[in-house]
Structures are given as structure tokens and as C-alpha cells.
Design a binder for this molecule. Structure first.
Ligand code: F6P
Length: 541
């Protein structure tokens, strides 16, 4: 954004700050204007601390940014990821389910279609207990997904969230971390001869995934008395780096491609979602893509005032750049969405955690807030105290599901009543006078002291997203909604949402530190703090 945009926001913020959210939401027509549907999702922004004039200002800024031209360039496959000179085509992965003409290059769509067929054949082979013509091990009961970041978070979220749609053919396990505790524990509980190991890594250079891959390959080989050919039939890779998968020893027939035009955190729609398809079956996986495609179509066609990813982005920008909070909390009221905050953390913070433009100049405004959260109602009994009465205002995104997949009505009613109550409490608060009227007994001074502690400032914004039910379609829609929200924020903030140079420095340093830790190299150029910590670790081993 330009300095002049920020000045306009500051001007509107002055007016809006002077009002309490309680007064803004007193307008009985507000929900009709601020809550809209896209497919199975209702997005209610009525509890954002925004008025109509501020929204118009934000809309003007968005229109001036030419967000819709940037959007079309993405869908067409222009190289909008400029620092890596790559197109950004995760939307092409669900284009077959779209009702609009496909914009992505034909060869890209063809490759996606071929890969999807191979993915479906692999799922059939595992489900039907055949070798699929690719010498796949038979009798598979368990699948281990080795992958981290985007090769883990999206697939793990989808498998967990869609438990009700599980095809009942395999159990799925996830090993993202290089921490050997879980790897060792998993090897104790699984039967190697019945386990399929998916090595999911776009780059196929990720230390965590390759290290675990080698550990599990040795475990498989031992189970076959050293017969590595038999063991390797349990390995499938998903990667854009075919040379590296070959060097690892996985034949091309058991490698499903990924591409440079799909970012890791946007890749669950690709073969990276293989574990999802193994869990829920291909028809449900296609429904997941369909849900995302419906949001793509909406994003491509709706004017900004009705465009929900745009409105969500503008509400976020309003909070961050006009009102100022530095963090945003995501609270799904559904246990199966427990992985959603972590997924959104990567999607938003890896995409938008930038401070310079693609031209290398410093951005004019603050960018991504810290994204964090946990499921409700658990979170209410942990950190909500700070959200209600702490000195910092933290906007909250509530995610609820209207229709449960179980018959325990009282549980579900209590769950949703809590979600609605929290949003109301954040907005309305409780005044000192209300608290004082409730304070009984003690002296006047004691009553007043207690009332001060029992006052809720309120005036704290939230968004509520309501899914009709948690299904493959609604989950797909929910994730695509956030992907496009991130896209619009990146356009307005003038940053590239599709690279992640900020993760590289730590990786390079880890490579230099590891040999020092193992004693294979001396501390040399390492800084004094690192050297001292290495000493402390080595003294325990
Ligand atoms: O280190 C960050 C990152 O590159 C993420 O962007 C990515 O999702 C993750 O690592 C895993 O990468 P890969 O799929 O190449 O193993």
C-alpha cells in the first residue's frame, strides 16, 4: 500500500475507534450487510470493528491495487512468483471441478490430469490389495506420510478433518519431524510388511524427510532379512525432483510428480494429498477439490463487495494496518479441525511474513500478524482470559460447523452456544457499572476493586465462519477461501506470497552446526552462544 492509503485508513480508524463495537453491532441490518455465503460456508464479518465508510475505503484501496488483474494473472499461469521466476498454479489442480473456462496452460492441465489418474490407480491398488502394475507391496494396512511443512500440514489436516469420510482401508500416520522419538515409537507399533511409506517432498532435499526416509527404509529392509528390493516396494515418492528420487532408489513408476508451479503450502490438492486420497478414497478427494473450485469460481467472478476472500483480506488489513493488533487467533469449534491453526500458520506466515517488495524496497506498512490458536471450547479454559481482559486486542476467527456428524445433540448445542457466546462477549464486553451492580458484600472500595477486575472492555473484533457440515467440499472451500485471502493481502501489501527465503538461513546454519555437535568438526567460526550450548549438549552425551 502507499503512504496515502495508510493515511486514509488512519483517518477512518480515528472515527471508528471513537465508537464501541457494541454500538456498531446494535444496527439490526448489520448482519445482512456483513454476512455472506459462498457454497457451504457462511462468513460473518458483522463483529469486525468496521463501519461502512471504512469498508468503502478498503474497497477503493483494493480496486486501486488491481487485485483482480493480479488474480487473473495467477489463474492464467503468469510467472507471478518473481523471485523464483515461477507461475503459481495451485488453482489449476482443481480446475477440472470448476464451472468456468480453464485458464491455465493446456500442458499444465494435461500433466495434472495424468498425475491424478496415476494417483487414482495407486489408491485403487492399495485399497484392492493389488500391486497396481508398479510392483507395489500388497497387504497394506498402514500408511506413513513422511513430509514436513506443506508436505505435512495440509494432508494431516484433511485426513484428521475428514475422519467421518474415511474409506476404512488403511490407517494413516504422519512423521514430519526429524525428532526421532515419534519415528522410533511408530516403528515399534507398525508391521513393516504391511506399511506403505510415502516420501513427500517437493524439493526432495528436505533433511527431515530424507532422514526419516532412510530410517524407515532400513526398518523395512531388516524386516525382509536384507532384501532391499522387497523393502523398496513399500516406498512411494511425491516430488518435483525426479533425479533425487531416482538417486534415492525409487523407480519412476512409484514417483508421482509435483511441480515448481505449486508452492508447498498450496500443494494438498496435488499428489501431495495422496495420503488424503488413501484415507478417504478418490471420489471424496475429488469432492474436496470441488469445494475449492467453487471458491475459485467465486473469487474469479464476484465484485469486491461480495467477494469473500477479498472481504476477509480487507478485514485482516483493517485490523493490522488501521487498528494495529499484531496477532490473530484462529479457534475452530470442532475437534477434527485441531490442525487448522497450524495449517493457517504456515499458509499465512510463510506467505506473508515479508518486509520487502519484489523490487527489494521496504514495504510501507506492517505485514502478517502472528497466527495462532487452538480448538474451542478447550481454548476458552486456557488463553481466552487474555483475549477478554489482557491489554492487547487479538482479533479472533471462529470456525463452527452447523450440523454435526453425531447424534449427541446436547454436546453440539453446548459447543456452538459457547462459540456464539465468546464472539458476543468479545464484542459487547461488560461495563464497570454492570460489574459493580453484581458485586455483593464488602465495603464500597472492595466492591469497586472487584468490579474493576470483573469488567470486560469488549470492543474486540471477531469473524465467524460457519460450515453447513464438515465435508470434503466444505473443507476444500474453507482452505481455498484462506488461500485467496492471503493472495489478496499480498497484492495489497506489495509482497510475493509464493517464495519463502526466510527459511533458508537456519537450514544453512544447521548444516554447519551438525558436524560440530557430532564432534566431526571444530567450532571454528560459530558464535560464542552456539558454542556454549553445543558444549552443554555434548557434556550430556
Ligand atoms: O522449509 C520450508 C519449506 O520449504 C516449506 O515451504 C515446505 O512446505 C517445506 O519446507 C517442505 O518442503 P519439501 O516439500 O520440499 O520437502
Amino acid at each position: 500500500m502507499h503512504e496515502s492509503d495508510l493515511a486514509r485508513l488512519a483517518h477512518d480508524a480515528k472515527r471508528v475507534r471513537a465508537r464501541h463495537l457494541r454500538d456498531l453491532i446494535a444496527d439490526p441490518n448489520r448482519s445482512a450487510r456483513y454476512a455472506q455465503r459462498v457454497g457451504p460456508l457462511l462468513i460473518d464479518l458483522s463483529r469486525q470493528k468496521l463501519d461502512d465508510a471504512a469498508l468503502e475505503t478498503l474497497g477503493d484501496i483494493a480496486e486501486a491495487s488491481r487485485w483482480s488483474e493480479a488474480r487473473d494473472a495467477m489463474f492464467r499461469g503468469e510467472a507471478i512468483n518473481t523471485s523464483e521466476r515461477r507461475p503459481v498454479l495451485h488453482t489449476a489442480l482443481r480446475a477440472a471441478e470448476s464451472k468456468l473456462p480453464m485458464l491455465a496452460p493446456r500442458e499444465v492441465l494435461a500433466e495434472i490430469a495424468t498425475t491424478r489418474e496415476r494417483m487414482a490407480a495407486l489408491v485403487d491398488a492399495v485399497h484392492d490389495n493389488t500391486d497396481g502394475g508398479i510392483e507395489l507391496a500388497r497387504g497394506i494396512t498402514d500408511v506413513v506420510n513422511l513430509g514436513i511443512g506443506g508436505s505435512d500440514l495440509g494432508p494431516r489436516l484433511a485426513v484428521e478433518a475428514l475422519r467421518e469420510f474415511d474409506a476404512g482401508k488403511v490407517r494413516c500416520h504422519f512423521l514430519p519431524n526429524v525428532d526421532g522419538h515419534r519415528t522410533a515409537a511408530l516403528m515399534k507399533t507398525l508391521d513393516p510388511k504391511r506399511t506403505l511409506v510415502l516420501l513427500v517432498s517437493k524439493s526432495f532435499t528436505t533433511q527431515e524427510t530424507l532422514l526419516n526416509g532412510n530410517v524407515l527404509r532400513e526398518w523395512l529392509t531388516n524386516a525382509y532379512g536384507g532384501d532391499s528390493n522387497a523393502a523398496d516396494r513399500h516406498l512411494v515418492a511425491v516430488s518435483a525432483n525426479v533425479d533425487a528420487t531416482r538417486a534415492f532408489g525409487i523407480p519412476a513408476s512409484r514417483v508421482l510428480p509435483m511441480w515448481d508451479f505449486v508452492g508447498g503450502r498450496y500443494s494438498v490438492w496435488s499428489a501431495v494429498g495422496l495420503v488424503v486420497a488413501l484415507a478417504i478414497g478418490m471420489p471424496n478427494f475429488r469432492a474436496f477439490l470441488r469445494g475449492a473450485a467453487a471458491v475459485d469460481d467465486h473469487f474469479r467472478t464476484a465484485p469486491w463487495r461480495e467477494n469473500l476472500p477479498v472481504l476477509l483480506a480487507l478485514a485482516g488489513i483493517w485490523n493490522r494496518n488501521a487498528l494495529g493488533p499484531a496477532s490473530e487467533c484462529v479457534v475452530p469449534y470442532h475437534d477434527y479441525l485441531a490442525e487448522l491453526p497450524a495449517f493457517l500458520q504456515q499458509l499465512e506466515m510463510e506467505s506473508l511474513g515479508k518486509q520487502v517488495t519484489p523490487e527489494g524496497t521496504r514495504v510501507a506498512q506492517r505485514t502478517v500478524p502472528v497466527i495462532w490458536g487452538n480448538v474451542g471450547t478447550n481454548a476458552q479454559h486456557a488463553f481466552f482470559q487474555a483475549l477478554h481482559q489482557g491489554t492487547d486486542v487479538v482479533p479472533v476467527e471462529f470456525i463452527g460447523v452447523a450440523r454435526p456428524a453425531h447424534g449427541l445433540r446436547a454436546n453440539h448445542d453446548a459447543l456452538l452456544a459457547n462459540m456464539l457466546a465468546q464472539g458476543a462477549a468479545f464484542a459487547l464486553g461488560k461495563t464497570f457499572d454492570e460489574a459493580l451492580a453484581e458485586a455483593k458484600g464488602g465495603s464500597e472500595a472492595e466492591r469497586r476493586a472487584l468490579a474493576a477486575q470483573r469488567t470486560f472492555p469488549g470492543n474486540r473484533p471477531s469473524t465467524t465462519i460457519l460450515l453447513d457440515a464438515l465435508t470434503p467440499e466444505s473443507l476444500g472451500a474453507l482452505l481455498a477461501l484462506h488461500e485467496h485471502k492471503v493472495f489478496v493481502q499480498a497484492v495489497l501489501w506489495g509482497i510475493n506470497a509464493f517464495d519463502q527465503w526466510g527459511v533458508e538461513l537456519g537450514k544453512t546454519l544447521a548444516k554447519a552446526i551438525e558436524p560440530v555437535l557430532t564432534g566431526a568438526a571444530d567450532a571454528g567460526q560459530l558464535d560464542a552462544s552456539t558454542r556454549a550450548l553445543i558444549e552443554a549438549i555434548r557434556s550430556q552425551n
